[in-house]
Structures are given as C-alpha cells and as structure tokens.
Design a protein around this ligand. Sequence first.
Ligand SMILES: [Zn+2]
Ligand SMILES: [Zn+2]
Length: 338
Amino acid sequence: MLIYADSGVVVEYNGKRIALDPSKEAAATDMIFVSHAHTDHMHRPVASRARVVASMETLRIAEARGFRYPNATHEPDPGVQMLNSGHVLGSRALLIDDKILYTGDICTRDRAFLKGARLPRCDTLIIESTYGRRGYRFPSVDDVVHRVNTLISEMYSKGLPVILMGYPLGKAQIITSLFRHWEPLYIHESVARINSIYRELGVELGDDHAVVYSSHSDDGRDDDGYGYGGLKHGPWLMVAPKQSNDSTFVRMMKKRYNAVTIAFTGWALAPWHTRLHDYTIPLSDHCDFDELVQVVNACRPNRVYTFHGFADEFASHLRGMGYDAEAIGSNKRILDYI
Ligand SMILES: [Zn+2]
Ligand SMILES: [Zn+2]
C-alpha cells in the first residue's frame, strides 16, 4: 500500500511502514529511507524509534551538514535493498520486496567519478520527474567538457578569471574533477568542505594543488600580485556555489577581478535561467526527459508514480505511452493499494 502523508510518501509492506525521504519525521513508521544528503530529501530527527536507513556516504555527508540521525544504519531490513541512483555520492534508490522501486533523485549517465544508475524491473515505480518535460535533452558530458574548456581558454587569453558554479553538494565535485587541470585553481570554502568529505570517503577529486578561497581572506591586501580578496590578478579558475550575477559575491568578483561566471545546471535549457549568469551550461545530476522515459521502459512497471518538477506532464506523457501513471500531489490522501 502506498500512502501520501503530509511528510511525503509512505509505503506499507509486510505490516511495516517505510517513509521515503520524508520532510519531517512521519508518525508510526518503522523505517525512514533517506536517499541522499540534499536538504530537500532530509528531515530533522526528533525523539522517535524509527530507524533511518541511508548509505554510509549519505549518513556521513548528512552529519557534516548538521543532520545527525541517532538511530541510523546503512543495512536495510531483509527484503529491502538499496541500489545506486547515480545522482550524488552515496545516493540510493530503494527496492522493496523486488516489487516497489523508489528512485529518489536519479541520473543514468556516468559523470567523472560517478557511475550512472542501472535499475531493475519492478511492479510499482515511484520516479522523480524533475526534467520530465519534452525538450529537456542534455548534451553528452564530453560535449560539455569540450565547450567549457574552449570557453575557459578564451577567457584566459583575455586575462579574465572564471568562476564555475554548481550546487555545493554533488555538482561542485563533478566540476572540480572535470576542470581541475586549470591553474591557478581556487575552491570556495563551502565547496572545499564537501570536497574534503568526498576525499575522506575515498573519492580522489585531484584538487590537491587548489587553494581554498575563504571570504574571510578578503582582508584588503594588495601586494605580490594578489588582489583584495587574496586572489591573484590575471586569469584563474574558481569552483564556487551557484549564485546569480546579482549576488554580493559575484558583484564583488566582477568589480575587483572582472570575473566571468559559468553555471552548471539542467535548467540551462530554461529561458528564464540564462539571464542569471554569464554562461549557463546544461550539466545535470538528474536524468533528462529521454533518460527518464528509458528508465520507465527498462523497469516495465504496472504502475508509475511521478514526483518532483514536471510530475503532471511526465505522468500524462507516460499515460500516452500506455502506462498506468499518476503524479503524486501534495494533498494528503491514500493513492493506491498494491
Ligand atoms: Zn538531490
Ligand atoms: Zn530532489
């Protein structure tokens, strides 16, 4: 049975209730699954006996981000299996009783050190649909790397520094790994914090030669070729959290160093997004539209539920393909019996 509680989706299986990425601690659940350590998939633990199940990597990253789960394990109950979902380090999908498959956030393509997800057949598929609209088709990672290397070299030849931007957990580590060969390389402190956890968890990002940029190093000195922010004059590359050209940080970087911003997101394909940065590059940690359809076809489910992003559009596209599909809404209601 699948129930939509106000905290998220709850699956009832063998008399046990499993909450999937609840936004808050769901009452009367036996197990809470946290698919990965992005804040929209985590909850604040309160006093409860419910066990949190997540990968070892997710628990470690969650802890570093201030989410400590006292009753956590990376060993799910018998009949429940965690599978790689290819989204960020440690992200998992959940397979229950070989029948119900919950994807969490999912990406099927290999990127730098991350392997894309391969999911099995199932009876009921609960799939994210962030880019579940026709037209969201991402270029290959090789094409993205080629295009961005060309852009960076163009900027370097004009003496301009470049700031590469992505979400601090996940995207920023992929960017670090793909573009680490540019020098001098700076890593913004909030990205460096996550990079060091990745390193601790055995992922070699190859950024040992990088200098951590701290906003506190903005001490006004200007000697030996360094500017106000402790950064060298002339071209350099920085990996920083994604923020718009209107942000205080970018405005300061432009004023002092003429820095050029390149943001990495699947929303690069949305017209409203391209005004926020100098360049926006479609590199995502999610499936694009075609890949979402491929996942559904590979799982061959009898029933599909879609959530996140274009959930209604994707469900209706799947119905057009002959699937029994429905978007999971935000109302509290019982959805189905399986
Ligand atoms: Zn995510
Ligand atoms: Zn998400």
